[in-house]
Design a protein around this ligand. Structure first.
Ligand code: ADP
Ligand code: MG
Length: 547
């Protein structure tokens, strides 16, 4: 349970701890809510976010929306004003249940104390059954200290894990036939596959059938990024020329360019696997529909392909073209990474991070360029070890996610390193959670890739010149942040270790010291060229042409 206490929920947090629930007090409800939602994604059971009435609830809406849009389970418990003061202008009064409906699969207030266990069971079940999402439970202040006769409470057993559904047999065989005829197939792995723990079976399928695969950002690691069939380095080309695509738990939304030209072939055949029937057919009419749990459906496909002894030839023209593209793209990034000029560029920074952090680190990442370039430069070898701005493109999630990942790792994988790589702008949204990290002594490594701004910034001299022009509010570019800000001092203020680095050597030394110290949180503030950019893309970001 993550949250911030106050009237009327302080007693709930105390009672939760007494019941053996870990309670992590955060500094802003938004970050608390992001943290709770990441627990849901990582474990398959919802974490809880506990908030006070009115503003506390409202601050958590961002987290509820982010969870529901990411299809992650979450329970939010909000205190609300006393029932007998409703509509009277009570302290922090707000129509929370109504407001919660837009953001949640379920938004309810228990009608009495007696039914709370049944309502909680329903919320947990709703959050994880079908397409996962957020659920909100409203607890009026006067409930908190009411007495109840134990015998009248409607206790219910907690819900079982979600039932496993499988695709229709005919659809499985249709999908296999379509794939068998494909000349340029592509398997796309989405974060639904990561969530459903389908890694072993998807990997078997890739190996058995020899198909090229492409992970979406948070699906990186479901099959390791260094698997020979990974075509992430030829992403645009793979998407643009594939004639058959099999989608494992990924929506054809903006992340996949809606499945439409010019990023896809007009005649691309899509085989869609999803647990949510309403999703099937969005933007593109599927050639085959596999409604069911990804892991179970992958098993069905494995059986079908084994029966047919299907193997896509590794010497096909398609594989040859993909391999050439991969090689070219990798060499371009390598060239940028090895540039010696100072200040460093993004590629150089990620090159050194990649060399110095443990291979099984949990990577949290946000920021525009920092996240986009980091995704291509930092490999994932294990599933569910990348958390980022996600489907909603939310900035400010990083520290909450890192705290959640560190709490989960503490229980399930002690000693695992959490590395949270932030743009300087992204860090600002939840920077005070550094205090939370230090309070719970979570040995998270935060790396800020600092370009003095949003997308790009100004160097210190240009900044000074700019200020001479007059009122900064009228002459400073809106993308600029204060140059050379010493963000690492926020970490040292709370007892962690802070490093300010400008050169590859300083960066490597700081990384080495941070990774070696398993007790202390640290923050490395890496100054880069404020004008450093992504390498040129074939398509402009979020292209609208021909849509
Ligand atoms: P990405 O961001 O990686 O493209 P999305 O969040 O768009 O992924 O898609 C994830 C999809 O996975 C959602 O459509 C969701 O309904 C689906 N999903 C979640 N859990 C399961 C599951 N157990 N089995 C099948 N599909 C699932
Ligand atoms: Mg920046």
């Amino acid at each position: 349970m993550f949250g911030i206490v106050g009237i009327p929920v302080t007693e709930i947090a105390i009672a939760a701890q007494a019941a053996g629930i870990k309670y992590v007090g955060m500094r802003n409800e938004q970050a608390a809510c992001y943290a709770a939602s990441a627990v849901g994604y990582l474990t398959g059971r919802p974490g809880v976010c506990l908030v006070v009435s009115g503003p506390g609830f409202l601050h958590a809406l961002g987290g509820m929306a982010n969870a529901t849009i990411n299809c992650w389970p979450l329970i939010v418990i909000g205190g609300s004003s006393d029932r007998n003061q409703e509509t009277m202008g009570a302290f922090q009064e707000f129509p929370q249940v109504e407001a919660g409906r837009l953001y949640n699969k379920l938004s309810v207030r228990p009608s009495s104390l007696e039914v709370i266990p049944a309502v909680i069971e329903k919320a947990v079940r709703t959050s994880i059954y079908g397409r996962p999402g957020s659920c909100y439970i409203d607890i009026p202040g006067d409930f908190v200290n009411l007495q109840v006769n134990k015998n009248s409470v409607k206790y219910v057993e907690c819900c079982l894990p979600p039932p496993i559904s499988m695709a229709e047999h005919s659809a499985v065989s249709k999908a296999a036939s379509i794939l068998a005829l494909s000349k340029q197939p592509l398997l796309i792995i989405g974060k639904g596959a990561a969530y459903s723990h389908a890694e072993n079976n998807i990997r078997k399928l890739v190996d058995l059938c020899g198909l090229p695969f492409l992970p979406t950002p948070m699906a990186k690691g479901v099959v390791p990024d260094n698997h020979p069939n990974c075509v992430a380095a030829a992403r645009s080309m793979a998407l643009q020329h594939a004639d058959v695509i099999i989608l494992f738990g990924a929506r054809l939304n903006w992340i996949l360019h809606f499945g439409l030209p010019p990023r896809f072939r007009q005649d691309v055949k899509v085989i869609q696997i999803d647990i949510c029937a309403e999703e099937l057919g969005n933007n593109v009419k599927p050639a085959a529909i596999l409604l069911g749990d990804i892991n179970a459906v992958t098993k069905q496909l494995l059986e079908e392909f084994s029966k047919r002894s299907f193997k896509y030839p590794s010497n096909s023209e398609w594989w040859k073209r993909l391999r050439v593209k991969i090689k070219n793209n990798e060499e371009r990034s390598k060239g940028l990474a090895l540039q010696k000029s100072l200040p460093m560029n993004y590629y150089t920074v990620f090159h050194h991070i990649r060399e110095m952090i443990p291979k099984d680190s949990i990577l949290v990442s946000e920021g525009a360029n920092t996240m986009d370039i980091g995704r291509t430069m930092l490999p994932n070898y294990y599933p569910r070890q990348r958390l980022d701005a996600g489907t909603f493109g939310t900035m400010g999630v990083g520290l909450g996610f890192a705290i959640a990942a560190a709490m989960v790792a503490k229980d399930r994988a002690p000693g695992k390193q959490v590395v949270c790589i932030e743009g300087d702008s992204a860090f600002g949204f939840s920077g005070m959670e550094v205090e939370t990290i230090c309070r719970y002594n979570l040995p998270i490594l935060i790396i800020i890739v600092n370009n003095n701004g949003i997308y790009t910034g100004l160097d210190a001299n240009s900044w000074k010149e700019m200020l001479k022009l007059g009122n900064p509010a009228t002459c400073v570019p809106p993308v600029s942040l204060l140059p050379n800000s010493r963000y690492e001092e926020i970490m040292s203020a709370f007892g962690g270790k802070g490093y300010f680095v400008k050169t590859p050597e300083e960066l490597r030394n700081a990384l080495k010291a941070s990774v070696a110290d398993k007790q202390t949180p640290s923050l490395i503030n890496v100054m880069i060229d404020p004008q450093s950019e992504r390498k040129k893309q074939e398509f402009p970001w979020l292209t609208r042409s021909n849509l």
